[in-house]
Write a protein that binds this ligand. Structure first.
Ligand code: PMP
Length: 730
């Protein structure tokens, strides 16, 4: 027979006082503390008093052992938790009787302040952490209060008199069965307190928990189910407008010690609702058997009904969202409308007439709002694959520890700077790093360094180059120049590797400029249409740059991080020694982080040295992301992989044998497919999108297919891409 169906013990106050004195030598007057199925007394006297608990005769001795060992375990793991210690156990008149340490404090209620709410939930998380490694065979208990077993409340719901409320409770259980129960086996489970509610904790003068009592419902179950019990207690009795705000503060408090898993937050609302239904259903059922204990049994009913009615009123989806569940994706058309309403015309338009609306990524794949899978052969930012666990975990872990700025001392920034310096070819003597937030910012600083170091204002870039969006770098980006706009002090040369007259171009450029500060070169010549110049051409360009007094800025925002195969940095493949290297896009796999790497003698000529600071630049999280990317590139041997897969990709594209393909260019996993016309290129890009493959277009005439996938692109992805390309070119 369950403890809810056997008669609770009914000792008088005098008997309780006598038991305390006879069995435990604690002499004092007894006060009844109220209980559902047991009896609990305060014995006031002796050495500060104690709590006497008389168990229900249906209580299994193994369960008492479970309670006592759980408490001992908690105190051993986290001695700071104020858990009431068991002081002794005996039997009396067929009942187990235990004496517990008396802890001091007052009871909290719905007026608990914000800080106390957070502290309460944080303490609960600590308790669960302390219990994480605890095991006891009796923990596999069958309790009607188990929130995971809510459907077992159905027969009890019949005892609810009010028909409307009965219907409400029924619907809640229906929802639980459909939406919560199927996922319960996937939740983190362990032995939990089982009844961490405001009546089972004591608070000090600052409303911080000073006592945790009553392990009587201790059992094995989902951790978030246990939190739902605590949350229901914190939410009950609050005014409607406060309920969810308070709940979210409690979620924050718990998560500050034990972060929730996404599924836990998905199910939390349903579990809170199950707890509330358990309160009202068990109360309705028990009060029929024990009308004399009605005041105690029904004491939570009103608050619980009010909450259930509020949940019903706002709807289950809202409750779930308010308690942290992910929102379902917005409808794509609706989001397009909101985007243009809120952002206007300043931002670049969306790619494709049928916009890509991704909601999740994994490796080389994106998944859109409609649940379709798209092969990502376009994005170089997720260099080690979308949502790579190493980078994700590094970002999350560091976010939880500390995120601050570079005027304070922390290791990741220094380690990253050291790693970058060590990764550069020694002959270049690149020994100084500045961390910033974007490729544009890196190139902007590179430009300022070059102008200061050379005392000149002239720049040379390739014909259709892109180097950024700042005032200086948009001048260096003819790709973005509106028709008729030509930047002063910027001269253009045709991209090396295209078979132009490099020396002739360079002579013309110098003639047009009043001194040379720098040549900026994207190692992959991406926006020019993807060219791969020979080492000789590049050495010649650098020689001429230096001879003209300028600096060579290697823009590795596209070409770096192994994209071109062979080496981490593209210039290193030809033994070039840049004066300044800029890094960006792939550097944090999507976390904003970029860098300038240069030589000390260049920095020494920069009047703003020592005054250069970028608030987010190289913050601990950014630096951890960048370090994780470098680690993954090493561990997964992605540089060699990019070389091999890129080679295979190019030869398979060439083997399609389409008349529309003029040339297949590139190195590693930057591939340019020169088509016969811009219209053809556009049609192919659109056809591939319709076929679930994302690529882009590039080149001055936009007639080059740009294929630049995450470096984890493998043979299976090549097969998908080439098959789609073959269909599109047919
Ligand atoms: N340099 C190159 C070669 C780039 O391709 C880009 C971005 N496409 C940038 C600089 C600018 O980087 P960001 O967009 O991070 O400012």
């Amino acid at each position: 027979m369950s403890v809810l169906e056997t008669n609770p013990p009914r000792f008088t106050l005098d008997e309780a006082a006598r038991i305390a004195a006879d069995a435990f030598g604690v002499v004092g007057a007894a006060t009844d503390l109220g209980s559902e199925r047991d009896q609990a007394f305060l014995i006031d006297g002796g050495a500060g008093g104690a709590i006497l608990k008389v168990s229900n005769s249906g209580e299994d001795e193994a369960v008492l052992d479970l309670e006592e060992r759980a408490i001992a375990h908690v105190l051993a793991v986290d001695p700071g938790l104020p858990v009431a210690r068991p002081l002794g156990r005996t039997t009396y008149d067929g009942h187990h009787v235990r004496l517990f340490e008396l802890l001091h404090g007052h009871k909290g209620d719905h007026t608990l302040g914000d800080a106390a709410v957070r502290d309460y939930a944080e303490t609960h998380a600590r308790l669960n952490l302390a219990l994480r490694s605890f095991f006891h065979p009796a923990a596999a208990r069958d309790l009607l209060w188990d929130v995971g077993q809510a459907p077992r409340l159905r027969p009890l719901i019949a005892a609810i008199d009010d028909e409307r409320r009965r219907g409400l409770a029924e619907r809640a259980i229906d929802r639980f069965e459909a939406e919560v129960a199927p996922h319960l086996p996937l939740l983190r489970a362990q032995v939990v307190h089982g009844d961490f509610n405001l009546d089972n904790v004591l608070l000090d003068d600052d409303d911080r928990i000073s006592g945790i009592v009553d392990f009587g419902d201790c059992a094995y179950g989902p951790q978030v189910g246990d939190f739902a019990i605590a949350l229901a207690s914190l939410m009950r009795g609050r005014a409607g407008g406060e309920v969810f705000r308070i709940a979210r503060l409690a979620i924050d408090g718990y998560a500050s010690r034990v972060p929730f898993e996404p599924l836990e937050l998905e199910l939390l609302a349903g579990l809170v609702e199950a707890r509330l239904v358990a309160i009202v259903a068990i109360s309705a059922w028990r009060v029929r058997s024990y009308p004399e204990n009605a005041a105690y049994i029904q004491s939570w009913d009103d608050d619980s009904w009010r909450l259930l009615e509020l949940f019903d009123e706002v709807g289950a989806a809202t409750v779930r969202r308010e308690l942290g569940a992910a929102q379902p994706p917005a409808r794509t058309v609706e989001l397009v409308r909101r985007r243009s309403a809120a952002l206007g015309a300043l931002l670049t338009p969306l790619t494709y007439a049928d916009p890509v609306h991704p909601v999740r990524g994994e490796g080389a794949w994106l998944f859109d709002a409609a649940g379709r899978r798209l092969l990502d052969a376009y994005n170089n930012v997720p260099v080690v694959g979308h949502c790579h666990p190493r980078v994700t975990e590094a970002v999350v872990d560091q976010t939880r520890r500390l995120n601050t700025h570079a005027r304070y001392l922390y290791e990741p920034l220094v380690e990253l700077a050291e790693r970058l310096i060590a990764s550069m070819p020694p002959a270049a003597r690149l020994d100084t790093v500045m961390l910033v937030n974007s490729g544009s910012e890196a190139n902007d600083l590179a430009w300022r360094l070059a102008a200061a170091a050379t005392g000149s204002r002239g720049a040379v870039v390739t014909e259709h180059a892109y180097h950024g969006v700042t005032a200086a770098t948009s001048d260096l980006s003819p790709e973005e120049w509106p028709v008729g706009v030509v930047a002063h002090d910027v001269a253009r040369i045709s991209p090396p590797g295209r078979g132009g007259d490099l020396d002739g171009d360079f002579d013309d450029a110098l003639a047009a400029l009043d001194g040379l500060a720098a040549v900026f070169l994207d190692g992959a010549l991406t926006s020019d249409g993807v060219y791969t110049p020979s080492g000789d051409e590049l050495h010649r360009l650098v020689e001429r740059t230096h001879a003209a007094g300028g600096l060579y800025v290697a823009d590795e925002v596209q070409a770096g991080h192994g994209r071109m195969g062979d080496e981490l940095w593209s210039f290193a493949r030809h033994g070039l020694a840049p004066d300044v290297v800029t890094l960006g896009k792939p550097m944090g796999n999507g976390y904003p982080v970029a860098a300038v790497v240069t030589r000390r003698d260049i920095v020494d000529r920069f009047p703003f040295a020592g005054r250069t600071f970028s608030t987010f630049g190289g913050n601990p999280v950014a630096a951890r992301a960048a370090l994780a990317v470098l680690d993954v590139i090493d561990d997964e041997r992605l540089v060699a992989h990019a070389a091999a897969v890129g080679e295979a990709l190019r030869s398979e594209i060439a083997a399609i044998g389409s008349d529309d393909v003029v040339e297949v260019r590139g190195s590693g996993l930057i591939v340019g497919v020169q088509l016969c016309s811009a219209e053809r290129a556009r049609a192919v890009v659109d056809a591939l999108r319709a076929d679930g493959v994302l690529i882009g277009r590039t080149g001055k005439d936009e007639d080059v297919l740009k294929i630049r996938p995450p470096l984890v692109f493998g043979d299976e992805h090549v097969a998908v891409l080439v098959a789609a390309l073959r269909r599109a070119l047919r």
